[in-house]
Design a protein around this ligand. Sequence first.
Ligand SMILES: *Cc1c(COP(=O)(O)O)cnc(C)c1O
Length: 488
Amino acid sequence: MEKKELFRKIPKIDKLLESEEVRRLCAKYGYSLTSDAVRNATEEIRGQILEGRERQAEESLSRISDRISEILQEQDARRMQPVINASGVILHTNLGRAPLGKAVMEGITRMMTGYTNLEYDLGTGTRGQRYDHFSDIIKNLTGAEAAIAVNNNAGAVLLMLSALTSGGEVIVSRGELIEIGGKFRVPEVMEQSGSRLVEVGTTNRTYPEDYEGAVTGETRAFLKVYTSNYRITGFTRETTVEELSAAAHKAGVPLLVDLGSGCMVNLKKYGLPGEDTVAEVLKKGADLVCFSGDKLLGGPQAGIIAGKQELIDKISRHPLTRALRIDKFTAAALEATLRIYLDEKTALKEFPVLEMLMRPVEQMEQMAHTLKEKLEACAKNLDACVETIDNSAEIQAENRGKGRTKIQIVTTKAKIGGGALPEEELPSVCVSVQSDKFSAAELSRRLRLARTPIITRIEENSVLLDMRTVFIEEISVISDVFSELLLN
Ligand SMILES: *Cc1c(COP(=O)(O)O)cnc(C)c1O
């Protein structure tokens, strides 16, 4: 077809908007987004003609309403929405890390839709501090003298260094100069804070004497960073918090610890892999500890700094504290989260992160069996469909073995993720789905784009649904999604 003729064939926007298909899309997505999509679809075709891709343009013209629908669907998938995490990674940064406890959300709804005493002292009727609501609880839980919270732990590290060590030197082990996802690198944060990094020791071995030997008149602090997303194993020697604290105090400077995923519960007590709790690190002699709110703590995104009163006071006065300050949503959610930790038993039940960590294998097996049965029922329908629709002998022969969905229960390992307990894996139970109709990649793509998106992982050409991270009430949602998918 001629270019000119093709251009003439592009429907007018108004005409398209009047067509039945597009009117249906309008009802679903609204006029404003739909008319944009119509404009984009026609622009696409114009572009194809201009670039001399006439064949493609003709094809696009013949399916323009499908294309409009696709554009709207793609946009819709970018909307923030709940997803089912069947990946097995408990703290998945891309999936929002820790889900908040239901009690936390219920407790703060009224505060968030009305006014609160965020910075108002009800006793005196004067200005209060937004940190006062939770700092006493942190003190109680960790034994710290004082505490403050900012937007996230990356901010907490930057703030700690900016307020306490700017213009001076900070000694760090070469084995702890880590990068965490999202371009957070210890040497760069150090530079940003205006402090000079003094590296000591080697990648695998660092001794207290290494730190002591590097002390100068310019030394402002020792920094210990928990290597939360990797492990150095083999011929290693890490300097402990106790050793470092003794060395730092001998040099007359504080020991700052970036704990990464600070946990309030001693997981080792429950037979789980676990690092030191915040309280333990402080007890071992750290002067300040900072950690995330949305890793193992299971709360909102935040960076909590806890420790010596004098140092927290200095931090509070730094202008960055104002720039990084938490909003009322975080303050309320953090307080509600921390308050639950005052009773450990309640915390273990209330926080999804902890419940998933502790979830017994038998429970995951139970869940897997329930899901497997439901999926098998869906698959049976599908396989029956394939057989009855295509009843000519020829097609039957061609389809033999197709549409067969293999559903199995497999035991695997789940990762904790989110910069917490690297290399530590927990036993996990998965439902594995292998379909002849879709490749594993295609099936997992379809699950991702489903009405309730399901995030899975692929192993050896099967799609795995990991029962470690699925909420029990999601089992029936998963089977609904499957029955829609497999039948379409
Ligand atoms: C995760 C992590 C951070 C960053 O914390 P965010 O809350 O993600 O900003 C910093 N340091 C360590 C050691 C971490 O594990």
